[in-house]
Design a protein around this ligand. Structure first.
Ligand code: FES
Length: 284
């Protein structure tokens, strides 16, 4: 039944007008590129949101255990304070990631965020009750917050593991590419200084040739599968990068390292070699 509910939520188009307006607002607030890159986790090579949520989740869960034990009231209250304080950066990273998701992902993400906001309000209420001597209410509200946060976490898991938000969607392509050298063709046929796409073992590969040097990477953008072959190449030499036409993730052509998000992970690259004028590629 839970699966059916979530699957209906993915298709619940009534959320789209709110979702689209919120998306515009989040993108306007997080306009500076550096701020977005920090919150996406591009500098870390991993989405930042799942890292930051460990703190509030751990604090709230531990507070729940301590609340069930005698004489641990103060420790539980301290942990709830830590959880409430650390929820803000986790939420900021989550909203910025959410703003570059597809519509069906944003529907689930919106309810995930709403559940977390309700849980946070319950924890704030719990703190207010604890600080005014109503310990019973404090415990009750904290357990209610934990239950709602659990529902929010379920939706967050669905968003990541079922809908692929935050996953590097280019990684499965890399696994399908040959580990041994596979011939691509005559290097003279590749245009220079222009991205070109070739299909190898059913996987689209982006090639970029400068003279006799060729770089190769999986063409499907790791963020949401955008066509890097249609992207613009910026910079030059070892720092030349391709910019994804969908949301602007920027990957260095030589090693696939993400220079700007929303992609947090790097784009898989391939080794290349030229022998007797024939270009071959292989996975690293
Ligand atoms: S698909 Fe989103 S940046 Fe490429």
């Amino acid at each position: 039944m839970l699966r059916q509910l979530v699957s209906r939520l993915e298709k619940f188009t009534a959320l789209d007008s709110v979702s689209d307006r919120l998306q515009e607002k989040v993108q306007a607030v997080a306009r500076p590129e550096r701020l977005r890159d920090v919150l996406h986790g591009t500098w870390l090579g991993h989405p930042l949101h799942p890292v930051l949520v460990q703190l509030p989740v751990g604090a709230f869960l531990s507070a729940g255990v301590l609340d069930a034990l005698p004489g641990q009231r103060k420790a539980a209250t301290t942990l709830i304070c830590v959880g409430v304080a650390s929820a803000a950066p986790a939420a900021a990273a989550g909203w910025v990631d959410w703003s570059s998701l597809s519509r069906d992902q944003r529907r689930v993400g919106l309810v995930h965020a709403a559940a977390n906001a309700v849980a946070l309000s319950l924890y704030v209420g719990s703190l207010a009750a604890r600080f005014t001597g109503r310990q019973g209410w404090g415990r009750l509200l904290a357990y209610a917050g934990l239950s709602v946060a659990g529902s929010g976490a379920y939706l967050g898991g669905h968003l990541s593991f079922e809908q692929g938000a935050g996953m590097n969607v280019a990684s499965p392509d890399k696994l399908r590419l040959p580990a041994d050298w596979a011939e691509v063709g005559d290097i003279a046929e590749l245009p220079e200084n222009r991205p070109t796409v070739r299909t190898i073992d059913g996987v689209r590969v982006l090639l970029y040739r400068v003279g006799n040097d060729v770089t190769a990477m999986v063409e499907q953008c790791g963020h949401q599968g955008g066509p890097l072959g249609e992207g613009e190449v910026v910079g030059s030499g070892a720092e030349a990068c391709v910019v994804c036409p969908w949301h602007g993730s920027t990957f260095r052509l030589t090693d696939g390292v993400a220079q700007h998000g929303p992609a947090a992970g790097d784009q898989p690259t391939l080794r290349t070699r030229v022998r007797d004028g024939v270009l071959s590629v292989a996975t690293p």
